[in-house]
Design a protein around this ligand. Structure first.
Ligand SMILES: Cc1ncc(COP(=O)(O)O)c(C=O)c1O
Length: 379
């Protein structure tokens, strides 16, 4: 319980990485193709395209959907900074919406209030592994003709009515960073059903090459390919994902049950027919009764890793508060005054949550110790 996250690596990953390296297969190849095929089947998408990390997936999604420079893209502020930054370096303007106080996911009502003629996309984030309200978000996108880029970087295995996240919008982006539900160390995946988008992404991630490869370049592109030894890790991880998700679920549900019996502490609510993928379990304290810093301190004293993961909403990050002055596009794009953004629910959840370990390496006995610790602190 010393660690919030812990990669679950066995001989299988080590063996496939070793043979990949022995075969001299360093650049994206056989393992990457197999990973894409199995990942597409896992989420139920027509195309899955692997990339070097989740941030690159979001960046390519912005470019491939051809969001014009200076367009507004609505996203939550309660997320990892890469969600907002990918909009910014993709040429857009992040517009931060409020979150729902029970699910901590972006609030569709708040999105609708922020839509202007300049809005071109919504970038919902399935935070902690809980799907956003995609029914209402899809309706908004339809009504206002907006692109949806789903940030599913934390949500491998998350579903609504058995439909996997990443497949509700135009494009879905996943991360395989070392802490995630399945990992490659650094890595990411883009999913889409749209053939044209998929072709553009394949080209953009590979120096703007055409479908035949070689040294003809049809557009300005990048090198965001995934090294094949890392794809080898991902392939085995994906096959182990259902059993890893089961363990996360067991751990998270036990903690949720404990918290439901305690006062002045609450946890993210999962709506009916939603499958939480339990990437993060982060209860929220009632700040009038408990100091979250003190709770984190007490957990650590008891040998349990804990932290506030996003103490600052994106709108409160120094670079956004400074008006993105250090960003080279800021002389061409007029960003809002982020210091005036008022998101009381985001701020309350950001300031008062504490993460506890629920990864598959946490045993039933350890979960029992966490339960006891929470009962002692809040009981
Ligand atoms: C919500 C969210 N978006 C984007 C990212 C970026 O992914 P990566 O770290 O693979 O670049 C992450 C992961 O760290 C994330 O949690």
């Amino acid at each position: 319980m010393k660690y919030i996250a812990q990669p679950q690596i066995s001989e299988e990953e080590i063996s496939l990485v070793s043979s990949t390296i022995r075969n001299g297969q360093f650049v994206e190849g056989k393992n990457a193709r197999a990973l894409e095929k199995e990942f597409a089947e896992f989420v139920g998408a027509k195309h899955a395209i692997c990339v070097v990390n989740g941030t690159a997936a979001l960046h390519l999604a912005m470019e491939a959907t051809q969001i014009p420079p200076g367009a507004e893209v609505i996203t939550p502020a309660f997320t990892f900074i890469a969600s907002a930054n990918s909009i910014t370096f993709g040429g857009g303007i992040p517009i931060f919406a409020e979150i729902d106080p029970e699910s901590y996911t972006i609030d569709p009502e708040s999105i609708e209030k922020l839509i202007t003629p300049q809005t071109k996309a919504i970038l919902p984030v399935h935070i902690f592994g809980l799907p956003c309200n995609m029914k209402l978000i899809n309706e908004l996108a339809e009504d206002y003709n907006l692109v949806i880029i789903e940030d599913a970087c934390q949500a491998h295995g998350a579903k609504i009515n058995n439909k996997h996240v990443g497949t509700f919008g135009d494009i879905g982006c996943f991360s395989f960073y070392a802490t995630k539900n399945m990992i490659t160390g650094e890595g990411g995946m883009i999913v889409t059903d749209d053939d044209e988008l998929a072709a553009r992404i394949h080209s953009l991630k590979n120096h703007g090459r055409g479908p035949k490869g070689g040294y003809e370049h049809h557009r300005i592109g990048y090198n965001l390919r995934m090294p094949d030894p890392l794809a080898a890790i991902g392939l085995i991880q994906l096959r182990k994902l259902p059993s890893m998700l089961e363990k996360r679920k067991r751990n998270a549900e036990t903690i949720r049950q404990t918290i439901s019996n305690l006062d002045y502490v609450d946890v993210q609510k999962t709506p009916k027919n939603y499958t939480h993928s339990h990437y993060v379990c982060a209860p929220v304290v009632d700040a009038d009764k408990f100091s979250v810093d003190e709770v984190i301190h007490q957990l650590k004293e008891k040998g349990i890793a804990s932290r506030r993961i996003y103490a600052l909403g994106c709108h409160k990050q120094p670079t956004y508060l400074q008006g993105l002055k250090k960003w080279r596009w800021s002389q061409y794009v007029k960003y809002p005054d982020y210091s005036k953004v008022n998101l009381p629910i985001t701020e309350q959840i950001s300031e008062n949550h504490f993460e506890i370990p629920i990864h598959p390496g946490v045993t039933e006995i350890e979960i029992g110790l966490i339960q006891t610790a929470l009962e002692e602190i809040f009981g």
